[in-house]
Each structure stands twice: as structure tokens, then as C-alpha cells.
Design a protein around this ligand. Structure first.
Ligand code: NDP
Length: 478
């Protein structure tokens, strides 16, 4: 049993509440760890610690800050296997996914922002004989970074790394469902030489400590990734303040498959886009729209290949889909499928059958649904599970109105060999990120975020560094 502690002022500490919550392995339903069930007083201690550490960290030369971030990246690489195991244990994701993609990406997050501050350019605007302007970007202060359970260390580090690089001190709050890798990160940061108080990690329920973190007057910015409803709650609590907020929220991502696509490649990539991490990635495709002439061919190949995916133990090498994160989440996913069935949709593949076959964990198999109207909840609300709908479209305009017909605007994919169709669609889609003939190819230099109910602001590259800094213009005459 792992005993998780909060990380405050450079020390691993028990919560002042003396309360703990149980961390469950979703593959077995067994308790694998206990984590602090922190309260507002723990949140306040973490904020105070970040506040006390801020001045010295902001004044630390860029080179020294970058060196520590590089140390953190190197230690993540060194502990890659252990971190991947921890990630698979509390999130249920396949070990191979954590080992191959997510843990290396967490290291890369620190490495990228360490390099970005080492090579960043300064801005100066000469005004002839009058003098010159220059721009300073001082760190904002102590900031709060809140992350979800689906890509635990990947997303936690995606927020913390730019904040620390920019010179901010951080109070991090991982999801209470997946605290294991954040706990390990606190040990890593200490070993890497991060001064006490620069990063603080508070574990517990968002509902109990979220307010104490996000409404503390000492906080200078909030970077949040999670559900749209939680994002609204956070925004609602910030009325009458001018706090910078970055919100990375939910999605209901469309895929537009045109008749001239490379069918084999499209099906293979859309299976990856639909079912990676059991569909529990904000960028997963969940509505697949296929041009009429190839609808039946696409459906048949997509169905055949999806049936070849294996649902099972996250630690087995052949596993494609592990369990869903929790019993409650599986019930929610099942509820969507039940309602679609009641609404006379056809279930081409029904993942509910996995529930009775694999009773120990929170498993749910790939599910493919046909015949759902655009207005149906299954096409309008984020399910965050291995459930996709298929529908056909007649022409480009119908494809666009189907794709843009939800409150969300996170990502979209377009599948065609016609460059003009591809770019015309990419321009017209309501999406913060569009992939053409590919899915989830990321470059850390690019801006990342969603439109409409999928978020506010952008992370990644310079956007992230700018978010965590103030912009100051200074004019000097000769
Ligand atoms: P939640 O919104 O439930 O939780 C996200 C984080 O916020 C958790 O750490 C949670 O803590 C915390 N939290 C909950 N309530 C509050 C509150 N009132 N104030 C402050 N923090 C709070 O999302 P999930 O963890 O369920 O994650 C899934 C969601 O995340 C999906 O909607 C998905 O689309 C979205 N997401 C978006 C991404 C993007 O980049 N756009 C990327 C990945 C996921 P606790 O766990 O204790 O509730």
C-alpha cells in the first residue's frame, strides 16, 4: 500500500485534516494507495509556501532555472519504468501507452520549456533619435495548476513545466483518482534541486480544496484542464477579479471522411483516434462522418478492425484497452449507450457485454453506434469512453454543419487526398486543432486549446510562457 503525502515547502507532509482517501486500481477494484484528503487549511499552507518561495525563484538566473528543469526531465527518464507502472496502476491505461508515449512526453515537457527560456529572444523597438522601447516579461507569482486523471503526469507536467520555467511558483492539484505519479514527481523535483516551496502538490478532492486554491487572493493565475462544468464553476468563482485563467476543457471531436481518402490508413488511424486510452482523451474522435459513396465500405472495415482490439489487463503486452477510470465513470458511459438504444439507434458493436465478462475491473469494450441524430445526447455530450457514432454525409456543406453542430470545439480530423477540400474544411471547422490525414501528432511549439465550450486561452510553446508572465513595455529616451 503506497502512502501518499502532500508536498509543501520542500517536505512530504501529512494533511492537516488527518483524513485520507483510497486510491483504487481500476483493473481490479482493489485499494492500492491512500492519499491525503486535504482541506482548505492544507491548500492555504501550499499557497503560503509558494508565496514565500516566489521572489527568490523569480530572481534565479534563467540558466539556473533551466538546469533544474533539465535535471527533472533526466530523472523522469531515469524512472521511466517505475512511472509507467504507477500510471498504469491507478489510471488503468495500458502500461505500453504510458511507457512508450506519456512518460517520455512528461520529460519532454520539462526539457522543452528549459530550452525555450534558454534560447528565448528579447524584444526591443528602436524609435530613431527619440529612444527605444523594450519589453519585459516578469513572472506573475504563485499560480495554481489543476489537472485531470486521463493523462496524469503528461498533463500535470504540461502545466507545471512552463510555469516554473517562466519563474512562477506553483501549487499543483492532480486528480484524486490518479495521484501516484504526481507523488513520485515531488520526490524527483526534490532530488533535481528544485528549491523548497517552488512546487507544492496538494492531493484531495477538487470539490473540497478547489475553492481554497482558486479563490486565494495570493494566487496570480489558474491553469486548469478538466471537464467543461468544472471549468464553468472555476470561472463563476472568479467574478469581480482580473485573474488570468487558462481552461482546457472537454471535446466532442468530429472526423470527416471524404470519399477520396486512403481507406485503409483512415480506418487504422480512426481506430487509434477513437479507442486509445479507452476513448478517455479529450482529443479522441467520437463522431465519425463518412461521405455516402464509401459509407458501407468504411463501416465494414472499421467494424472488422475494431473487433480485433483486445480489452484486458493493462500490464499485458497485447492489451489495446484497459479498464475505464472508475465504477462511476463506467456507469456514466453505459448510461449514454443505454439511452442511445432506447432512442432506436443501432449498436453495431456493444461494449456493455465486457462488463459481465470482466467483473473485477471497470472494463467497457469498444462501442460503435449508428443512426443517432445530431441532437441526440450521444452526439452532443462528451462521453469520454470508447464509444463512437457513425453517420454519412452527402456533400461538403452537410459535413461542415454536422461537424460544427455541438457546443464543443476542441479538435477535428479531415481525411481526404484533395488538398483543397482538406484546407477548406480545416478553415471552416470550429476546432482549436485540426489534423489532416492524421491524429494527435503534437509539436510542443504549437498553440494548443479549444474553441467554444472546449476552453479559453492556449497552452504550448510561447503561448504558455506568455500566460505565466506579465507583459511590461518600457520606453527610454537618449
Ligand atoms: P474534472 O473537471 O472532474 O476534474 C479535473 C480536475 O479539477 C481534477 O483535479 C479535479 O479534482 C479538479 N476539480 C474538481 N472540482 C473542482 C473545483 N470546484 N475547483 C477546482 N478544481 C476542481 O475532470 P476529470 O478529471 O473528470 O477529467 C476529464 C475531463 O477533462 C474531460 O472532460 C476531458 O475532456 C477533459 N480534458 C481536457 C483536456 C484538454 O486539453 N482540453 C485534456 C484532458 C482532459 P477531483 O479529481 O478531486 O475532482
Amino acid at each position: 500500500m503506497i502512502a501518499i503525502k502532500n508536498y509543501i515547502s520542500g517536505g512530504l507532509v501529512e494533511p492537516k485534516t488527518q483524513n485520507y482517501l483510497e486510491v483504487i486500481n481500476p483493473a481490479t477494484g482493489e485499494v492500492i494507495a491512500r492519499a491525503p484528503d486535504s482541506g482548505p487549511e492544507d491548500a492555504a499552507a501550499a499557497v503560503k509556501s509558494a508565496q514565500d518561495a516566489f521572489e527568490a525563484w523569480a530572481k534565479t538566473p534563467t540558466e539556473a532555472r533551466a538546469k533544474i528543469l533539465h535535471n527533472i526531465a533526466n530523472l523522469i527518464d531515469l524512472h521511466r519504468e517505475e512511472l509507467a507502472k504507477l500510471e498504469a496502476l491507478d489510471s488503468g491505461k495500458p502500461y505500453s501507452l504510458a511507457y512508450e508515449k506519456e512518460i517520455p512526453r512528461a520529460a519532454q515537457n520539462f526539457r522543452y520549456f528549459a530550452s525555450a527560456i534558454s534560447t528565448g529572444q528579447s524584444e526591443c523597438f528602436p524609435m530613431g533619435e527619440q529612444g527605444f522601447n523594450y519589453v519585459l516579461r516578469p513572472a506573475l507569482g504563485p499560480v495554481v495548476c489543476i489537472s485531470p486523471w486521463n493523462l496524469p503526469l503528461y498533463l500535470f507536467s504540461w502545466k507545471i513545466a512552463p510555469a516554473l520555467a517562466a519563474g512562477c511558483t506553483v501549487i499543483g492539484k492532480p486528480s484524486e483518482l490518479t495521484p501516484l505519479t504526481a507523488f513520485k514527481l515531488s520526490e524527483i523535483c526534490k532530488e533535481a534541486g528544485l528549491p523548497p516551496g517552488v512546487l507544492n502538490i496538494v492531493h484531495g478532492y477538487g470539490a473540497k480544496i478547489g475553492e481554497a486554491l482558486t479563490r486565494n487572493p495570493a494566487i496570480k493565475a489558474i491553469s486548469f484542464t478538466g471537464g467543461t462544468e468544472t471549468g464553468k464553476k472555476i470561472m463563476g468563482g472568479l467574478r469581480n477579479t482580473f485573474l488570468p485563467v487558462s481552461l482546457e476543457l472537454g471535446g466532442k471531436n468530429p472526423a470527416l471522411v471524404f470519399k477520396d481518402c486512403d481507406l485503409e490508413l483512415t480506418v487504422n488511424e480512426l481506430i487509434r483516434a477513437s479507442f486509445t486510452n479507452s476513448g478517455q482523451i479529450c482529443l479522441c474522435a467520437s463522431r465519425l462522418y463518412i461521405e455516402e459513396p464509401i459509407y458501407e465500405a468504411f463501416k465494414s472495415l472499421f467494424l472488422t478492425k475494431t473487433k480485433m482490439l483486445s480489452v484486458g489487463d493493462p500490464f499485458h503486452t497485447e492489451t489495446s484497452l484497459g479498464p475505464l477510470i472508475s465504477k462511476e465513470h463506467r456507469l456514466k458511459v453505459k448510461g449514454f449507450v443505454d439511452r442511445a438504444e432506447q432512442n432506436q439507434c443501432s449498436l453495431l458493436l456493444d461494449g456493455r457485454s465486457t462488463m459481465s465478462a470482466m467483473q473485477d475491473g471497470f472494463y467497457f469494450g469498444p462501442t460503435i453506434i449508428e443512426g443517432a441524430a445530431l441532437e441526440d445526447p450521444i452526439n452532443q455530450q462528451e462521453i469520454f469512453g470508447p464509444v463512437v457514432t457513425l453517420a454519412s454525409f452527402k456533400d461538403f456543406n452537410e459535413a461542415m454543419s454536422l461537424a460544427n453542430g455541438t457546443p464543443y470545439g476542441l479538435s477535428a480530423t479531415v481525411w481526404t487526398k484533395d488538398l483543397s477540400t482538406a484546407h477548406r474544411a480545416a478553415h471552416q471547422l470550429d476546432a482549436g486543432i485540426v489534423w489532416i490525414n492524421s491524429w494527435m501528432v503534437r509539436d510542443l511549439r504549437t498553440p494548443f486549446g479549444g474553441m467554444k465550450a472546449s476552453g479559453l486561452g492556449r497552452e504550448g510553446g510561447n503561448e504558455a510562457l506568455k500566460f505565466f508572465t506579465e507583459t511590461k513595455n518600457i520606453f527610454a529616451t537618449f
